[in-house]
Design a protein around this ligand. Structure first.
Ligand code: ADP
Length: 379
């Protein structure tokens, strides 16, 4: 009897255990199916997402790309995957820079690049990318590409239109200016002061319009490589002094201060550096409606000289800093009545680029702005 009881207990125990195991098995099978479903969903999401995506390994070889990327550029998988990403970039220095930044752990946001399509056309894109690492090792990039070709072409059409209109306006304005000069001289000869005064005003406004038209034409000339710098050695203090005196004539609301270190000579295009300073000073005046101090000056900075213009005006919120030097960009601020076309800072940055320098900015909304750049010194 005792043996029968023991055997029964053992059988019950085994049955319990088997039931437990069966339940566990069913649970893991369900988990496994769910996991498979998730993997399928995720790979479907990446493979069939409408945004072009790809991965590149540490050697710069494309190891995966989704259908949207292949469709956008017109290649088949066999023509694209397994090849160096550099083969598909129109500008080699750009892809070198991208890979360099990614290797150095940088995340790229809206990095502009030009890609080569199979049919020979070029696509303008914005790249957002970073790197997947395992135990610190570079596995692959995660690269999202957004096509902005339409936007770039529209921008180009707008620029071409502005350039064409400006070009057409330039000749009649120059002719008007020469006739006004003749009339001013005549008024002087005839001692006709009242006509002379009116004509001088017309002359000032015409000159303003010619300068404006010139500003519209300069970007196209820079982009077409038609602007050449006329570099010469000059004393920076004198130029800064001259521009400060000019700025004083433009405002009675602001105090224009000068900060100059020891006398410094530089080798640069004097007229164009003067144009930069005038642009920065006129902006400082325009965007400080309550007045305040505007300072123009320079200081020795290592082997270079740092030139700066600062104001106590409305300042510029950080969110705008990145786009500030784009052509036609204007901050949508409360100063609606301040006229402008968003060209001044673009010209400043382009002229400095031609000098191998760049414009920098420190600015905070409602506190003020400082724009500065470095030039090589001669002494
Ligand atoms: P514009 O003055 O003709 O609009 P700019 O290219 O010179 O064009 O300047 C671009 C924008 O940058 C301006 O519209 C303005 O919003 C902002 N900005 C430039 N300089 C200053 C400054 N000193 N203080 C505040 N905002 C500025």
């Amino acid at each position: 009897m005792h043996w029968i009881c023991v055997t029964r207990r053992i059988i019950d125990f085994i049955m319990d255990d088997t039931r437990n195991l069966e339940e566990k098995l069913a649970y893991y099978q369900k988990e496994n199916e769910e996991l498979k479903l998730r993997v399928e969903e995720l790979s479907d999401f990446f493979e069939n997402a409408s945004m072009p995506l790809h991965w590149v390994d540490a050697q710069g070889i494309i190891i995966w790309a989704n259908q949207a990327e292949l469709d956008a550029l017109g290649y088949s998988k066999q023509e694209y995957i397994g090849f160096p990403i550099g083969n598909f970039h129109a500008d080699q220095h750009v892809i070198e820079d991208i890979l360099n930044r990614l290797v150095n752990n940088e995340t790229l946001y809206d990095y502009t690049a030009r890609l080569k399509c199979k049919d020979g056309s070029i696509k303008h894109v914005l790249i957002n990318s970073n790197v997947m690492r395992k135990d610190g090792k570079f596995m692959h990039t995660r690269c999202f590409t957004r096509d902005i070709t339409g936007k770039v072409q529209e921008e180009q059409r707008k620029n071409d239109f502005v350039t064409m209109v400006s070009h057409e306006l330039k000749t009649p304005l120059t002719v008007i200016n020469s006739y006004v000069q003749i009339l001013i001289n005549k008024a002087k000869k005839d001692a006709d002061n009242s006509s002379g005064q009116l004509l001088t005003r017309i002359e000032a406004q015409t000159k303003k319009m010619i300068a404006m038209v010139q500003d519209f034409l300069t970007p196209a000339r820079i982009e077409g490589g038609k602007i050449e710098l006329r570099k010469e050695a000059f004393v920076l203090d004198t130029l800064i002094n001259e521009t400060a005196q000019y700025a004083k004539l433009l405002t009675s609301k602001h105090s224009i201060n000068l900060i100059a270190d020891e006398s410094i000579s530089v080798e640069a295009d004097r007229d164009k550096i003067g144009q930069i300073l005038i642009n920065l000073l006129t902006n400082a005046i325009k965007y400080s409606p309550k007045g305040g101090a505007i300072t123009i000056g320079y200081e020795k900075h290592d082997e270079k000289v740092r030139v700066f213009v600062s104001d106590q005006g409305i300042g510029i919120d950080k969110s705008h800093h990145k786009r500030l030097f784009e052509r036609f960009f204007r901050v949508n601020n409360e100063l609606k009545e301040v006229s402008g076309f968003g060209i001044g800072l673009y010209l400043v940055s382009e002229i400095l680029r031609l000098h191998g320098s760049r414009i920098n900015l420190q600015s905070e909304a409602n506190v003020g702005s400082t724009f500065y750049f470095d030039l090589e010194t001669l002494n």
